[in-house]
Design a protein around this ligand. Structure first.
Ligand code: BGC
Length: 370
């Protein structure tokens, strides 16, 4: 029988303070319940998850020579996540609505809702205390899989409806991390859940990701205004720096003189994924190859969009779990999602969940080498 590894918070925490002290700026009712869980397969892949923010704190996979390396940015204590400068959402599940809602406002069934605003005049990643800053309940856990649940209250951060959310992380023997999201509500509400892990396939803290080669299975993207709110248009990427239909180094066109790159400080945009086949089966969204380590990350999803954000706001002030600083563009996120600001954009696929319906999406992060 495989050993189920559960490390108490005592190990997750370093000597930086008691849980209750650390909790001061987070809505944490039961800090003592925060634990770190380790999932592993028979191929040497390990994934560490905490029920604070449903955060993935570490993913260890082999390079082309079989050497294991931790390929995600993060901390080895819960205070790191709580106190991080600029709140980068390392490894977290974001919700109730991933990415921005313009001016923190939307109208649904004739009623206008005002959300908690936390990004200029906009609401970002669920508001001030989003799903990344709450303690989730561990419904089940073994060495392969963990299911975390959270009940977001009616009007929490301004959103209507009591929302029952479940996120399940499962590690397979094919070196995949399968993420299943599930939610139900008692009032119509927007829902857009995603995973905000920052990857560096060379290893966390090992410098820039600009040499990583990225392919995005997307012919269109959603340009934004200066506040990073979509304009509503979905132009073709052909002939622009946003064309990743064939793999190219992330850094190749990133400094081109292009208004969209200026707005995002680099890539910080949603792409419209090319879809084929069954709507409820994950399809290929992205592939990233790090020539130095040989590691390859493949992202598949049932979602219609993906936010590619390449750590433009990281600036070396954050020091990660192994003591290395996280500099500019030292990690990238591939956040599978519905498009930003969908509740205000009639032409985008709907993000409204209604009572009696079930929100169900799946994203798979697969690791290999070449
Ligand atoms: C957003 C960025 C934001 C980052 C960290 C990304 O999903 O698109 O604009 O800075 O998350 O909050």
């Amino acid at each position: 029988m495989r050993t189920f590894t559960l490390t108490c918070l005592a190990l997750f925490m370093t000597l930086t303070g008691s849980p209750s002290q650390a909790a001061s700026d987070a809505a944490v009712e039961d800090f003592d319940s925060i634990k770190l869980y380790t999932l592993k397969n028979d191929q040497g892949m390990t994934v560490k998850v905490t029920n604070y923010g449903a955060i993935i704190t570490s993913i260890t996979v082999p390079d082309r020579d079989g050497n294991p390396g931790d390929v995600v940015l993060g901390y080895n204590n819960v205070e790191g996540y709580i106190n991080a400068v600029d709140k980068p959402y390392f490894g977290a599940v974001v919700g109730r609505y991933g990415n921005r809602i313009a001016e923190g406002s939307f109208t649904l069934d004739g009623e206008t809702y005002s959300l908690a605003v936390n990004n200029g005049e906009n609401s970002l990643h669920g508001g001030i205390i989003g799903f990344d800053k709450v303690v989730w309940t561990v419904k089940s856990a073994d060495d392969r899989s963990i299911e975390l649940t959270y009940v977001a209250k009616d009007m929490e951060e301004g959103y209507p409806g009591n929302l029952d959310v479940s996120v399940t992380y499962t590690v397979t023997d094919e070196n995949q991390l399968v993420i299943d999201y599930h939610a139900t509500t008692d009032k119509a509400t927007p829902v857009n859940l995603t995973q905000h892990t920052y990857f560096n396939l060379q290893g966390e803290g090992e410098g820039s990701i600009l040499d990583h080669e990225l392919m995005l299975n997307a012919n269109e993207f959603t340009p934004v205004d200066q506040g990073l709110i979509p304009t509503g248009k979905t132009p073709n990427v052909e002939g622009t720096p946003f064309d990743f239909t064939s793999a190219k180094p992330i850094g190749r066109d990133i400094d081109d003189d292009h208004e969209q790159l200026t707005f995002g400080g680099g890539y910080d945009h949603n792409w419209v994924l090319n879809k084929s086949g069954e709507a409820d089966a994950p399809t290929l969204a992205a592939r990233v190859h790090d020539p130095a380590s040989g590691r390859v990350l493949t992202v598949s999803t049932t979602e219609p969009g993906i936010q590619f954000y390449c750590g433009n706001f990281l600036d070396g002030r954050l020091q990660g779990k192994s003591g290395k600083t996280y500099g500019h563009r030292s990690g990238f996120c591939l956040e599978t999602q519905h498009y930003p600001d969908s509740p205000n954009q009639p032409n985008f696929p709907s993000t409204i969940l209604r009572p009696g319906d079930t929100y169900q999406t799946q994203t798979v992060f697969g690791f290999s080498t070449k």
